[in-house]
Design a protein around this ligand. Structure first.
Ligand code: ADP
Ligand code: GN1
Ligand code: MG
Length: 364
């Protein structure tokens, strides 16, 4: 982490109050996030990761378009637009970002207070509410003109393309780790056949492209301290045309696990069916009228697919020398890949039950 001059960076934005201080904030794997204290409100200052997002200004453009749209939708629903969606603070030059001389791109948001993001589910009801939040988010964007959005990371959830990148990393073996992880590599290679199910169905039109969030992990929703309701879906950098299965599956991957994403004791790692049920219930309640038959058929499967895909991305990054996801210890990405292998195996064993749960709420 570089030592930034936070005060100087903040001075580029039209925030209210006098600068007091800054500290590193949050647990995201991608951007660098700082909490800014002022004599007035608090703010979030964020460096957009330009290794991950090759065109950071396109990311900003997307966030501007999506948050302006949501702002208006929330007002027409009599909600609080400064709490229920992100609010970018304009830069003094009239844009919504500041580019430093070194080329780093920063943005500033209003800090949403009296709410927090969680790294794990504290009770099943909480996950039901999170599902409602992501479901509502999708509903609010139903009529958003998708052609206004840049593809901020090409082929983001194209699992077939993810396999291509994985095999490239295996062949390159850039940092000489391949021989230590043959078992893990084979776990993913053995499951390649199923990887195309969703992308194929998108191609045939059985699964519609919608405007989706694409990064629906639990810590990307802020939960109200007082009511326990999901107040705001954040981390809008990957809002792009995609499948609702990506959003459903990725939420289960992270939130329905009984352990942290990087748990080292795999005997603690399971996919909790009760949590799966609560999420499925909330998601189907919100989106009942939207599903196509194929989406319902693949809903439970998508949890496995997104877990498989993310686990493979962690292993790819381990093979590439940890160049994508931020790590905090040796073999961190390998540990993450291993929890995902355990979760995929557990979901395979529970798939019939998961499908029964989907039908129970869909046919209600
Ligand atoms: P990353 O892309 O690295 O995951 P996020 O945009 O998700 O970055 O931000 C990281 C964390 O910072 C979030 O999980 C959340 O806890 C916190 N956060 C981000 N934006 C806000 C905001 N506007 N108000 C309050 N907390 C925020
Ligand atoms: C990253 O940025 P964050 O931490 O919310 C990643 C997701 C992964 C997730 C795994 C842009 O999400 O795709 O599923 O880590 N975001 C990007 O925890 O690659
Ligand atoms: Mg995040």
């Amino acid at each position: 982490m570089k030592g930034y001059d936070y005060k100087e960076l903040c001075s580029k934005f039209a925030y209210k109050g006098d600068y007091i201080g800054a500290r590193i904030y949050g647990e995201g794997h991608i951007n660098e996030t700082f909490l800014i204290e002022t004599t007035g409100r608090r703010y979030i200052l964020q460096r957009v990761n330009s290794d991950v997002f090759k065109e950071p200004v396109q990311v900003i453009d997307n966030v501007v378009a999506v948050t302006e749209y949501l702002h208006n939708r929330i007002i027409s629903n009599f909600g609080d637009p400064y709490r229920e969606t992100l609010t970018l603070i304009p830069a003094k030059d009239g844009t919504f970002y500041h580019r430093t001389e070194q080329g780093d791109v920063f943005r500033m948001y209003l800090f949403i207070g009296n709410a927090r993001s969680y790294q794990s589910i504290e009770n099943p009801e909480m996950f039901y509410r999170v599902a409602k939040s992501f479901g509502r988010f999708q509903n609010l964007l139903k009529a958003f003109p998708a052609d206004k959005l840049h593809e901020t990371i090409p082929n983001f959830h194209d699992t077939v393309d993810r396999y291509r990148l994985f095999k490239e990393a295996i062949a390159d073996d850039r940092v000489g780790r391949r021989s230590e992880v043959e078992k893990e590599i084979n776990f993913f290679l053995d499951r390649e056949e199923e990887a195309s199910l969703v992308v194929d169905a998108i191609r045939t039109g059985e699964i519609p492209l919608r405007v989706t969030h694409n990064d629906t992990k639990l810590n990307n929703v802020l939960i109200d301290d007082a009511t326990g309701e999901g107040v705001c879906v954040i981390d809008l950098d990957t809002v792009m045309p995609g499948s609702m299965l990506y959003d459903f599956g990725d939420s289960i991957r992270f939130g329905a696990s009984t352990a942290a994403e990087d748990e080292q004791d795999l005997s603690n790692v399971w996919m909790d069916l009760e949590l799966f049920e609560q999420y499925t219930k909330g998601y189907i309640e919100e989106l009942k009228d939207s599903f196509t038959p194929k989406e319902i058929e693949l809903l439970a499967f998508s949890a496995k697919l997104m877990t498989l895909e993310c686990g493979m991305r962690f292993l790819t990054d381990h093979l590439n020398g940890d160049v994508y996801f931020r790590i905090h210890r040796k073999n961190h990405n390998l540990d993450r890949a291993r929890t995902h292998i355990k979760l995929v195996s557990d979901m395979e064993a529970k798939m019939d039950k998961m499908n029964e749960i989907v039908l129970k709420y869909y046919n209600k």
